[in-house]
Design a protein around this ligand. Structure first.
Ligand code: GLV
Ligand code: MG
Length: 271
């Protein structure tokens, strides 16, 4: 479950220590863009020590490495690839087939689609061995296509393409980070749009965004009430041979039964 996936700068010891106490479903210790060039080696050592020594609980623990084709990225993989507690490598600016990283380390992979080439060849990325979720990076993406971050933060074309690629191979799509830390209603709106498009969670960059993400990506009380009502009415009518009924003025048939069931299944995994 990744309703919220928190980025923590890999060179900030206090933030790393604190992150385990927060309610994020998944944590990403970042060695890429949150760490300045001169601190890469220091951060790699700190992240390596923290992965092994901090009590992370049962949540997913990830590290975002530097680009795997760079010297820093290769050093990240070599240093961290054999740490047992590390579940997943998050791969920035992912393009092409990533299977060799999974084969050489056994780690799961979460590629971030954040370049034009990554998006246009997304099936190659998501079809790589070991990939079990895919994320979106709106800032780098806007850089790659010479557009603006504000447009690409909520761009429906890009997001739909990522959701379709993910769901067609049975992996989770995770929505992008939202940079304005003071705009909580903007964050919630963005999360709601993402959930409606089919994302299963959202990456977050501040503790204040975690609770909202966890709430938005869990079924609400009203949704659960609706789901129970649909299942009850459908089961009753199908016993008497009717597959399509009107429930409070709206048509309900087999697909609505499936939607209602998915909602209840989602709520039992969120418990
Ligand atoms: C995140 O990595 C972004 O580029 O938006
Ligand atoms: Mg990026």
């Amino acid at each position: 479950m990744r309703r919220s996936q928190l980025f923590v700068p890999g060179n900030m010891e206090r933030m790393i220590q604190k992150s385990r106490l927060l309610g994020a479903d998944s944590i990403i210790l970042d060695l890429e863009d949150a760490v300045p060039a001169g601190q890469k080696e220091k951060a790699r050592a700190l992240v390596s020590k923290s992965v092994s020594e901090v009590e992370w609980g049962r949540r997913e623990l990830c590290v975002r490495i530097n680009s795997p084709s760079s010297r820093q990225g290769r050093a990240d993989i070599a240093r961290l690839g054999s740490l047992d507690r590390l579940d997943t490598f998050v791969i920035p600016k992912a393009e092409g087939d990533l299977s060799t990283i999974h084969r050489s380390t056994g780690k799961r992979l979460i590629p971030i689609i954040e370049t034009a080439k990554g998006l246009s060849g997304i099936d190659l990325v998501t079809g790589s061995g070991g990939v079990d979720a895919v994320a979106y990076g709106a800032a780098d993406f806007s850089l790659s296509v010479a557009g603006s971050v504000s447009e690409y933060l909520d761009n429906v074309y890009v997001k739909t393409k990522i959701v379709v690629a993910a769901r067609s191979t049975g992996i989770d799509p995770i929505d992008n980070v939202f940079f304005d830390l003071k705009d909580m209603s903007g964050f919630e709106k963005s999360a709601r749009q993402a959930r409606a498009l089919g994302f299963s969670g959202k990456q977050v960059v501040h503790p204040s965004q975690i609770r909202t993400a966890n709430r938005v990506f869990s079924p609400s009380r009203e949704e659960l009430k609706w789901a129970r009502k649909v299942l009850g009415a459908y089961n009753k009518s199908s016993r008497s041979g009717k597959g399509a009924i009107a429930l409070e003025g709206a048509l309900v048939d087999e697909v609505h039964r499936k939607l209602a069931k998915r909602m209840l299944d989602d709520s039992s995994t969120a418990d």
